[in-house]
Design a protein around this ligand. Sequence first.
Ligand code: HAM
Length: 427
Amino acid sequence: MSQILQAVRGMNDILPAEAELWELFEETVCSWLKAYGYRPIRMPIVEPTPLFKRAIGEVTDIVEKEMYSFVDGLNGEALTLRPEGTAGCVRAAIQHNLTSTPQRLYYLGQMFRHERPQKGRYRQFHQVGVEAFGYAGPDIDAEQILMGARLWGDLGLDGIELQINSLGQAEERARHRAELIAHFERHAELLDEDAKRRLHTNPLRILDSKNQAMQELCAAAPKLIDFLGEASLEHFEGVQSVLKNAGLPYVVNPRLVRGLDYYNLTVFEWVTDRLGAQGTVCAGGRYDGLVEQLGGKPTPACGFAMGVERLIALIQEADGVPEPAAPDVYLVHQGEMATRLAFQVAEGLRDQGMNVLQHCGGGSFKSQMKKADASGAPFAVIIGDDEATAGEAQLKPLRAGGGEQRRVGVEHLAEAIIDQLLDSEEE
Ligand code: HAM
C-alpha cells in the first residue's frame, strides 16, 4: 500500500465542525467591519520577495528566517508566500491609486511564516487585517483600538488586555537608538549571541529578548518615550484621551516594539494569558512612512491584524463548538420514478428557501429513515414509486409534537411544511 500523505507540518486542515465555527466567526467579523465603514480588498497570496524585504525590514525575524521564498522556475522571479498582509495591501493601494483619497480597507486570509509550530503558532495561519490610508490624526488609531474592544464583546470574549506604546518618529528613534547602542556596549559582556548580532542592526529588538539573564540590562536601558518630541507626545496623548473617554482600560508598555520595521508613533497589542506563550491575538499600529517607502505619495496609514486561529481557540474555550445546523428536510426516495421526482421536489423546496438534504447512495426505506432521524431535520419527505405515480409525497414530522404523517401533492409540499411548523410553534 502506498504511504498516506500528510499535510505540511504547521499547516492545518480545518475540518467541518471547526470550519462551521470559522464561518460564524467570519460573519461576525464582516458585519463588525462594515459597522466601521471598512471595505474588502483581496490581494494575491504570492508577492515579489523584495516587497517584504523593503516593507518589513531586512533585519527582522520574519525576513531573516521565516519567509517561504522561492524562485519561479519559469521566469526566475523571486517570490514569497505572504507572511503578513500590510505590505501587499500597501502595494495594491499604490498600484491602483487608492491612496489619493482616504480609505478604510480590510482583508482576511492565509499568511505563511516558517516558525517553530506550537499551540497558537503555525506555519500557515489566518489573519483578519485592517488598513486605513490617508488619516494623520490620533483619532483613527484610537478608533481602531476601540474596534478591537467591540469585537471581543461581539465574540463573547473577555480578559483580553490592551497594551499600547509610541515608537515616535524616525529621528527620535535614531537618537534613542544611538543611546541604546551606547548602553548595551557599556555592558557588552552581558549580551547573548542574538543581542550581539542585533546590536548595530536592530538594537530595539534586543529589548524584546526573552533571555532572563538580560532582563535587568534591558530594564535599565534608555526609554524611547524620553526621546519623543512634542508632536509625537501629543499624538500619543490624543490616542489615550479617546481611550480614557471611552472607559477602555489599557497599559502603556514601553517594551512594546513590534517585530516589523514599518511602524511609527502608536503601536498596540491585545494580549490574553489563556493561550500560553502565544498570547497576542491582535496587533498593529501606525506606519506613516511605508506608502512613500514603497513608491507611493506620502500617505499616513494605520492598521492592525488579528490571528484567527488564536481567536477561534479562545471562542472554543469559552463556548465550545456549536452544533452543526440541521437541514429543514431530509428527502427519502426509492425507485426510478421516485428518484426523478425527488430531484424536482428538492430543488422546488430550495426555491422556497429551505435547506434540503437529499438522500444519496440508495438503500432501503428503513436505512434511509435512520439517516433522516440522525440528520436532526424536523421533517422527512418520503417518495416511493407509488407516491411518484400520484405526484405526491409523504410528509413525516420527525420531532415530538410535529403532527401526523400525511400524503401531500408535491406542489403543496412547501406550504404544508410551513403550516405544520407554524402549528407546532403554536402548541
Ligand atoms: P503581527 O504582529 O506579525 O502583525 O501579526 C498579527 C497577528 O497575527 C499576531 O498578533 C497573531 O495573533 C497572528 N500571528 C502572527 N504569526 C502567527 C503564527 N505563526 N501563527 C498564528 N498566528 C500568528 C502583522 O502581521 C501586521 N501586518 C499587523 C498590521 C496591520 N500592522 C498594521 N497593519
